[in-house]
Design a protein around this ligand. Structure first.
Ligand code: CO
Length: 182
């Protein structure tokens, strides 16, 4: 198991658009990258993780969680939202903002096109939490963070607390933490 450090709010890499992936060029190292991403996401108790959150400059993200009826597990490479509708206004969090939650607007339904871990094209129709997760992770790959969806006045209101938390978050290193600490 290799848990990687999750970059926290304030790290410049989170603001950089990630590079599109040429599948053939990364396919040999992809299994190891994915294993480390899954280990890190599960350790930090997340339901999604974008590669740039662990310092990997690739258009690659994972989403994995289960509800009462189904297990959702997706690897998305070079993902694009091709259609979206409806609206949700719900609380959201992010592993790059540990313990910080805000209500933001998202589309209720999205259709995502990507390639999967086998290099095959996939199209996924998602609603609710899964739709939110796709929007959140695809945002990450474009250097966009969930706080960017706050109206400016609210964002300004949250800035002092974020500035304070940023200093604490800088010290958090998942690679040095025991699971029970989180
Ligand atoms: Co996030």
């Amino acid at each position: 198991m290799a848990v990687l450090r999750v970059l926290k709010y304030g790290d410049k890499l989170l603001r950089k658009k990630t590079k599109p992936v040429v599948y053939e060029e990364i396919k040999d190292k992809l299994p190891l990258i994915l294993k480390d991403m899954y280990d890190t996401m599960k350790f930090a108790k997340g339901i999604g993780l974008a590669a740039n959150q662990v310092g990997i400059d690739m258009q690659l993200a994972i989403i994995s969680y289960a509800d009462d009826t189904k297990k959702y597990d997706f690897v998305i490479i070079n993902p694009k939202i091709v259609s979206a509708n409806g609206e949700l206004y719900e609380e959201e969090g992010c592993l790059s903002f540990p313990g910080f939650f805000i209500k933001i607007k998202r589309y209720e339904n999205v259709v995502v096109r990507a390639i999967n871990e086998k290099g095959l094209p996939i199209e996924i129709k998602a609603s609710g939490l899964l739709a939110k997760a796709f929007q959140h992770e695809i945002d990450h790959l474009n250097g966009v963070l969930f706080i960017d969806h706050l109206p400016l006045s609210l964002k300004l209101k949250k800035l002092p607390i974020l500035t304070k938390l940023k200093r604490e978050w800088k010290k958090i290193d998942e690679t040095k933490m025991k699971p029970e600490v989180i």
